[in-house]
Structure formats: structure tokens, C-alpha cells
Design a protein. Structure first.
Length: 287
């Protein structure tokens, strides 16, 4: 297959996006990475400065067509959405509508942009990733309604994308808490060793991007961290089956056993990966 592969990441200047870009760039000349964000990521091959709250879609399409593909019909191997921001608001807050608009801008709209771009630019066997939230999926807290509404819409966008683009794979990851100052303050009793490292998520997505243990299209995958290991939990799988003239879709909640979805480094002794031709590149546990 052609090299380098192409990764488009929405939110590549943030902590998770930056970790993903750094992880993918460990393989020289294997990935060309394009970042869409309000700020540049210096490691990315090209940055598109874009505000999801403004109507710049035609200009963005023009830039992608000219600067990424040069007018040819190539497509992205992967499109990831890692954009997000947290600002809790309750029904009692006088600023609830302002807080909801802020959460939509930083969480919902980037996911919607990702789905729009995937519909236009993802390869038939490509991988689209959305970033949800495990706590929002499993718990209902009225004091966090604005954030919960925004993240729940991200989960819905991911599921709808899997139905809209069935020839590729769309997965929504739902990480537990990331290790940052605001989460430490909001959850002071939580064991700091259980916060999910950004680098571990980046390594997992890299393995999925090359086909290793990749979940099915429409999966919602919870990510937790325990005893120094990243664990995956298949929360829901949207099964899409087709006949000649019809498409049937059902959502099936699955069991809690993460078995087949665990990354290889969690299920067997460390194994080096190899590029075509036998050239060794990085092992996930070495990052």
C-alpha cells in the first residue's frame, strides 16, 4: 500500500491530539499528519487553522483538496477527533445556555466536522475515531448537564457516522479521566494511578490504525487504566447488516469482558512490530 499514509486529526494541538501525533511520528516517513485546530501543532506536517463555530467549510475543503491531495483522488487512511473542553453547568445556573453553547463549540461541533470530513475524505477501509467520555456514558449527574449533553451528542454522532459510512470503520472511544489539573481538583479522592495517560491512548489508536485488534464499525469502547495497564471495555456495538435493497441497524449492548479488544501488549509477551520489508519500528511499551 502507498506510503506515507495520511492522518487528519481535529484537535491536534490539545494534549491527546499532540500525544497521538507524536506517537504516529515515531515511524519515519510512514505517516503524513494534518491538524485542524485553533492553534498549530509544530510536529504535524500541515496545520489548518479553523474555528468550528464559523462558516469556513468551503474554504477548508478547498485547502484540503489543494494542500493534501493536490487534485488527485486519494483519501485519508484515518480521521481522528480529539477536540474537547469541560465546563460543567447545572439546570439552576443562570448561564446554562451560554455554557451549553461553549460545550457545543468545543465538543459537538468538532465531532460533527469530523463526520462531515469522513463522509467526504475517508478511504473505504479507513478508520474514524471520535472521543467521548466514559463518566458521561455510565453516570447521570444533573450538576454537569451542559458537558453531559455535549459529550452525549458526540457518542450519537459516532454511531450515526458508522451507519452513514459502512465501508469504513467508525469507533467512539470513551476514556475515563485524563491526568490533568482540573480532573485532579474535581475528583480529589480518585486514585491518581487510575487516570488514563494520553500516551497509552495514542498507542492503542496506532495499533488500531494498522489493523491490530481493531473493534468493529460502530463500537463504543470504554478506556480505563489499572495497575499500569490500559484496559478496553466494549460498551455497545452498532450492528449494520445489508441486503440488496435494505439496511437494518440495531444497537446491541455487550458484556463487560474486554478480552478480544485488549491491545496485544496486554494479552501476550511484548512482540516487536515490523513494517513491510522487515524494518522494525517502535513497540508500544517502549513509548
Amino acid at each position: 500500500k502507498r506510503l506515507p499514509k495520511k492522518l487528519l486529526i481535529v484537535g491536534g494541538a490539545g494534549k491527546l491530539g499532540s500525544s497521538i501525533i507524536s506517537c504516529f511520528k515515531k515511524i519515519p516517513n510512514y505517516w503524513s499528519i494534518y491538524n485542524i485546530d485553533l492553534e498549530k501543532n509544530p510536529v504535524a506536517d500541515h496545520n489548518f487553522l479553523f474555528d468550528c463555530s464559523e462558516t469556513q467549510i468551503p474554504e477548508l475543503h478547498k485547502d484540503i483538496s489543494e494542500k493534501v491531495f493536490g487534485g488527485n483522488k486519494e483519501k485519508f487512511d484515518c480521521i481522528f477527533c480529539t477536540a474537547g473542553k469541560k465546563n460543567y453547568g447545572s439546570f439552576k445556573d443562570k448561564e446554562i445556555f451560554e455554557k451549553l453553547e461553549e460545550m457545543k463549540k468545543h465538543n459537538t461541533l468538532p465531532a460533527l466536522l469530523t463526520s462531515h470530513l469522513a463522509k467526504n475524505y475517508i478511504a473505504n477501509d479507513g478508520l474514524t475515531i471520535f472521543t467521548g467520555c466514559l463518566n458521561v456514558f455510565k453516570q447521570i449527574e444533573g450538576a454537569k448537564v451542559t458537558y453531559n449533553m455535549a459529550k452525549t451528542s458526540v457518542h450519537a454522532i459516532g454511531l450515526n457516522t458508522s451507519a452513514e459510512i459502512p465501508d469504513s470503520t467508525s469507533i467512539t472511544i470513551l476514556p475515563d479521566l485524563f491526568p490533568d489539573k482540573s480532573n485532579y481538583e474535581d475528583f480529589p479522592r480518585k486514585d491518581k494511578g487510575s487516570f488514563v495517560p494520553h500516551a497509552s491512548v495514542a498507542e492503542l489508536l496506532h495499533m488500531w490504525s494498522i489493523g491490530e485488534t481493531k473493534p468493529e464499525n460502530g463500537s463504543l469502547v470504554g478506556l480505563t487504566y489499572e495497575s499500569g495497564l490500559l484496559k478496553t471495555e466494549l460498551l455497545q456495538l452498532k450492528i449494520i447488516s445489508r441486503t440488496r435493497n435494505q439496511k437494518y441497524e440495531t444497537c446491541k449492548p455487550l458484556g463487560l469482558s474486554p478480552g478480544p479488544l485488549w491491545p496485544p501488549c496486554l494479552r501476550r509477551p511484548p512482540q516487536p512490530h515490523h513494517l513491510p520489508g522487515g524494518n522494525k519500528y517502535f513497540h508500544p511499551q517502549a513509548a
